[in-house]
Design a protein around this ligand. Structure first.
Ligand code: ADE
Length: 397
């Protein structure tokens, strides 16, 4: 891949000689050419900017040096070939992993690093008459110029090229590759005494149980995405429970905890009454225990018209078991099939390798028992002192 960068600070691009990108250049995988915009000026002061028409603060980059620089880049290519010109700027389309992938498929990219208040708009017209042009932003903040953005973009694009990263597998399970953030990673020692605090690696990672490890990692990815980037979370709206309009099923985020707690208390109070007991763990849930549970369970929330109306969660428990818990529907919406629908969704989310779906309910929770039996569950155990039954059904896929 060929990369041309035009800047008034060519030295800023020196890091492109380092690390994997530097090696890719030396290996001939990347042909990087950095150009000084001032080489395309013709006055004694090598002037690249001037005051803005219409007034206002700061300076604007002059059109002539830019047009000459871009023409010279194009002229240096094979006849007929033109680069895709990327102009970094806070007003551009967001730079994403998907855009990095699509740029990585192009043979030739050129970057125009603006400074000051920007580049005279006619330069974009000049360039667009000759090559594809995309203005790209790293994020919703303002840098002093495009150089730092080019370093970031070149690194993100170049590492996707075959041969640039030794272990191509490491590209697969990365943040943003499939819409979720990465799971946390650990290395030796398994138990680290950090000052006086013992910090252990999660035991599942030492278990050798690949199914359980994969399920744990997936739960962590969902929880982390929910906590840090809820905007990335998948929304399951393909099928909707009957009688509910505008539903959205999403992994629970920390922002859901307050409502989730209220819903949980409302649902399980009814269970406590039906089973004549206060020994229902859901009734004792607190804001902090609920928040902590999001890292231990894949917890989903169902919203209808913005209101949190249902929840369900799942986790791997024992070899081949997918444990379904906390299936709850707002009291005024019960009896419409919403619970059955949530149950079907969490069953679909059982990780690969699941052989059995397992859940617990009150021995006297007749409505629940009816629904679970209808869904194919059978009682496999009883805890008489607590007053619960365990139900299970084999999972056949
Ligand atoms: N130049 C100035 N700010 C920028 C940003 N946010 N992204 C890309 N280039 C920029």
């Amino acid at each position: 891949m060929r990369l041309d960068v035009v800047s008034i600070f060519p030295d800023y691009l020196a890091p492109l000689d380092l690390s994997l990108i530097g090696r890719a250049r030396r290996d001939g995988l990347l042909d990087v050419r950095v150009h000084d915009l001032r080489d395309f000026t013709h006055d004694r002061h090598r002037t690249v900017d001037d005051t803005p028409y219409g007034g206002g603060a700061g300076m604007v980059m002059k059109p002539e040096p830019w047009a000459e620089a871009l023409d010279s880049v194009v002229a240096s290519g094979d006849s007929g070939a033109v680069p895709h010109l990327i102009v970094p700027g806070p007003g551009g389309v967001p730079f994403t992993q998907a855009l990095a992938r699509s740029l990585a498929a192009e043979p030739w990219l050129a970057f125009a690093c603006g400074r000051y208040e920007g580049i005279d708009e006619r330069v974009y017209e000049h360039a667009a008459a000759r090559m594809p042009v995309t203005v790209v932003s790293l994020g919703d903040y303002v840098l002093n110029g495009g150089e730092v953005a080019v370093l970031a973009m070149v690194e993100a694009v170049a590492r996707l090229l075959p041969g640039v990263i030794g272990n191509a597998e490491s590209l697969v399970e990365e943040s943003h590759e499939d819409g979720l953030l990465e799971y946390p990673v650990y290395t030796k020692p398994a138990s680290w005494t950090d000052g006086g605090v013992v910090r252990d690696v999660p035991s599942v990672l030492l278990s050798g149980d690949h199914g359980a490890i994969a399920a744990w990692r997936h739960t962590q990815r969902l929880a982390r995405t929910a906590a840090r980037r809820p905007d990335l979370l998948p929304v399951s709206g393909a099928l909707t429970p009957e009688g509910l309009a505008e539903v959205e099923l999403r992994p629970a985020t920390p922002g859901d905890v307050g409502e989730l707690l209220t819903l949980t208390h409302a649902c399980w109070l009814k269970e406590g009454i039906a089973n004549e007991t206060l020994r229902v763990p859901a009734m004792h849930e607190t804001v902090s225990s609920m928040a902590a549970s999001l890292g231990e369970w894949q917890t989903w929330v169902l919203r209808s018209g913005g209101r949190l109306v249902g929840t369900v969660r799942g986790r791997v428990a024992g070899e081949g078991d997918w444990y379904v818990g906390r299936l709850g529907v707002a009291p005024d919406l019960q009896g419409r099939g919403v619970g059955r629908w949530l149950l079907a969704r969490i069953e679909e989310l059982a990780p690969e390798g699941t052989r059995r779906l397992v859940l617990t309910t009150g021995a006297k929770s007749e409505g629940n028992l009816r629904m679970y039996k209808k869904a194919g569950y059978r009682i496999v155990g009883r805890d008489d002192p607590v007053g619960t039954v365990e139900l299970a059904k084999p999972l056949r896929r």
